[in-house]
Design a protein around this ligand. Structure first.
Ligand SMILES: [Ca+2]
Length: 403
């Protein structure tokens, strides 16, 4: 179980952080949120970004509630819904690959994340619909809360999705740039979905905010993944409604089979882990990051609507050169990678395979059980009193005189 193997949680310092996520497209972010709920440091709030942000917000709220944390606020952020025109979506994400599909696709194009949130909506029904999401937008919230911090006491944002919310918060209040430290799952061509699909947004953030970057390459190099065999064991031991729902969502994502992989890479959980345990980062490299595809902050028309990993775009979307003065630090080495992996996998496995509560507890709350016992006790007392007040002869067939 997680608590036995957990790394130095007792000594780790809690940090103030926002969990900014595109949860719901794959299992990655869900695993990170489960890990956050079992870590020494819980987020001040969760903000959602990218596709269907309100549905994502409800997934996040449900996951946290099922882990026992019902009061952490969730703010829906920037992103398109299925009803939005494809053109709007491409303006937000100019290098989004067509193979993931589009909202309102043209004829012959793939539908966009058609199973997103389906498992949660199906299993939880109205309970899912009624998840309480804050009225304020994610960017308004980030701009407001970051104001309370300073350059010597920064608010950490663990950004495990594209950076639209943070960019919008900086537009609302540019003065917060020095109050924020970003720990981002990002990267360079061709492996940097979160940064590369929306360079106009990434540039705004990365040019202003101190950032620690965890790349896909770091995840691959250190074998940070859950194998197909480990997943099969988790599925076998999962019996609760919550666990089964998460597994269903996980399978939906695997069946989408965008990459033909059987392993589940732990991009986002390891990013969160390193944000909460910076002592496990043993080397970083400072890089100046630029986006040559932009002109006056906008993607040049000749680059528009091409997938971010297109080999011909190498060096044109993003470039990075070593610069010790840069605020962007790429994590290049970590301590004890297998230990990190074991802990992350153990936290996720521990929650998903947690046994459901006994039936009695599902049907009766403790309060109701107490009330039932109370009523029964009063009933027995009244019955006994009534019986004792009866003539003795009625209590026994034996005549009193013979006693
Ligand atoms: Ca993510």
């Amino acid at each position: 179980m997680f608590r036995q193997t957990n790394v130095k949680e007792q000594n780790a310092q809690p940090i103030d952080y926002i969990f900014d996520t595109d949860i719901g497209n794959d299992f990655d972010d869900t695993g990170a949120l489960i890990l956050a709920m079992h870590s020494h440091s819980k987020p001040l709030a969760v903000t959602t970004v990218h596709t269907e942000p309100m549905k994502k917000a409800k997934i996040a709220k449900l996951v946290m509630s099922e882990c026992g944390f019902t009061s952490i606020p969730v703010y829906a952020g920037i992103g398109c819904t299925r009803q939005d025109p494809k053109e709007k979506f491409l303006q937000q994400n100019p290098f989004f690959p067509a193979r993931f599909g589009f909202p309102n696709p043209d004829q012959g194009e793939k539908k966009w994340h058609d199973k997103q949130a389906q498992a949660y909506e199906g299993e939880y029904g109205q309970e899912f619909d009624k998840m309480k999401i804050e009225k304020e937008s994610a960017s308004e919230f980030i701009a407001k809360i970051a104001k309370k911090y300073s350059s010597s006491n920064k608010l950490t944002i663990v950004a495990i999705g594209p950076l639209h919310n943070i960019s919008a918060a900086l537009e609302l209040d540019p003065s917060i740039a020095n109050n924020i430290k970003l720990v981002s799952m990002g990267g360079l061509h061709p492996k940097g979905y979160n940064w590369l699909i929306s360079p106009q947004v990434s540039e705004k953030v990365l040019s202003k905010v101190e950032t620690v970057v965890i790349t896909s390459d770091l995840i691959a190099k250190n074998n940070f993944f859950i194998s197909a065999e480990e997943l099969a064991k988790i599925i076998e031991k999962t019996h609760s409604k919550f666990g089964k729902t998460v597994i269903k969502d996980w399978k939906n994502w695997h069946q989408a089979d965008y990459f033909g992989k059987s392993n589940t890479n732990l991009y986002d959980p390891v990013t969160l882990f390193l944000a909460l345990h910076p002592e496990y980062i043993s080397a970083t490299e400072s890089m100046r990051v630029q986006f040559p595809c932009l002109m006056n902050g906008k993607v040049q028309p000749k680059f528009m609507n091409r997938p971010y990993f297109d080999p011909e775009l190498k060096g044109t979307i993003i470039s990075a050169t070593e610069d010790k003065q840069s605020q962007i630090r790429f994590v290049t080495k970590v301590n004890s990678p297998e230990y990190i992996r074991t802990n992350v996998v153990s936290a996720i496995t521990g929650r998903l395979t947690q046994m459901p509560k006994p039936l009695l507890h599902q049907r009766f709350s403790n309060r109701k059980i107490g009330l039932c016992i109370g009523i029964a006790a009063v009933g027995i007392g009244l019955f006994a009193r009534r019986m004792l007040s009866q003539p003795v002869g009625k209590l026994s067939a034996t005549p009193v005189a013979k006693l």
